[in-house]
Design a protein around this ligand. Structure first.
Ligand code: ATP
Ligand code: MG
Length: 249
């Protein structure tokens, strides 16, 4: 049997490589429906021809369930950024190009981004009813689109292969909707984890997408509220600041 190489450990899951496979093993207490839902979304996206790693199966493991995927040989954009910080502009451009290409796919059977955001906001007990109302109004004011949105398109979720082609990982949060919302999520993730790149990313995305920066910014209170459902203490302050903007506009 091939050696097991652990790539990522979280409280509810372990991601490891075993030979030509990547296994995402969830703890026994993790909802079975979440695991199968992630695999289902991945399958929908794969069937639509989006460049992803092949889904190999969902198998029982350690009392819970594990998703098996094909291992993609290469380096993530995050690894490349860490190894060659001097080339960061080139990597950001690659990220934006990939995001725009992703948005050109139409994938059937995915939930709509607006509906997903709406449900997340309705479930939030941390923010008061008036703010939730403002956020829901904001969502309703946004146009209806059905572009493929990854929902967490960050450099660590893209593997670049030797030949320059790429594969996108981590489809658990994907939906069909507005490219501006997807860009707002990526901008938020940069602001939380690599703030020095956030503005540069946003300007580049809007330029390449020919989209007004204000349109992406309109989504910020919404995506920040949706992110609050993950209850990450270190993120709370920034997210609450962004959400509060919705109360005054
Ligand atoms: N199919 C794959 N081929 C190559 N490397 C992979 C593959 N899947 C995952 N990896 C590597 O493992 C890392 C973590 O995997 P993944 O992004 O799927 O989990 P995660 O980031 O913990 O998930 P989430 O962001 O949903 O919490 C990736 O950043 C990548 O380096
Ligand atoms: Mg990831």
């Amino acid at each position: 049997m091939a050696d097991r190489q652990i790539l990522e450990e979280k409280s509810y899951k372990t991601v490891y490589r075993e030979g030509n496979q990547i296994v995402k093993e969830f703890t026994a207490s993790h909802p079975k429906s979440d695991v199968f839902n992630e695999a289902y979304i991945h399958a929908c996206v794969e069937d639509a021809g989006v460049p992803v790693s092949k889904l190999l199966g969902v198998n029982p493991a350690g009392g819970g369930w594990a998703i098996a995927l094909e291992y993609v040989e290469g380096k993530t954009l995050q690894e490349l950024m860490d190894e060659h910080p001097e080339n960061v502009d080139e990597y950001l451009e690659k990220l934006v190009d990939i995001q725009l290409e992703t948005g050109s796919y139409r994938v059937r059977n995915l939930r709509n981004t607006r509906v997903k955001m709406e449900e997340a906001i309705k479930s939030l007990t941390e923010i008061d009813a008036s703010t939730r109302y403002e956020l829901l109004q904001r969502i309703h004011g946004m146009p209806q689109h059905s572009k493929l949105c990854h929902g967490d398109l960050v450099p660590s979720n893209i593997v670049i292969r030797e030949d320059g082609s790429y594969r996108i990982l981590d489809w658990a949060h994907a939906s069909a909707g507005n490219a501006g919302a997807d860009a707002a999520i990526t901008y938020m993730r940069f602001s939380l984890e690599a703030p020095q790149l956030a503005e540069k990313y946003l300007r580049l995305f809007c330029k390449k997408a020919d989209m007004a920066i204000q349109y992406v910014q309109k989504w910020l209170p919404v995506v920040a509220a949706a992110q609050l459902t993950k209850h990450r203490e270190a993120e709370r302050e920034l997210l609450e600041k962004w959400i509060s903007v919705a109360e005054y506009q």
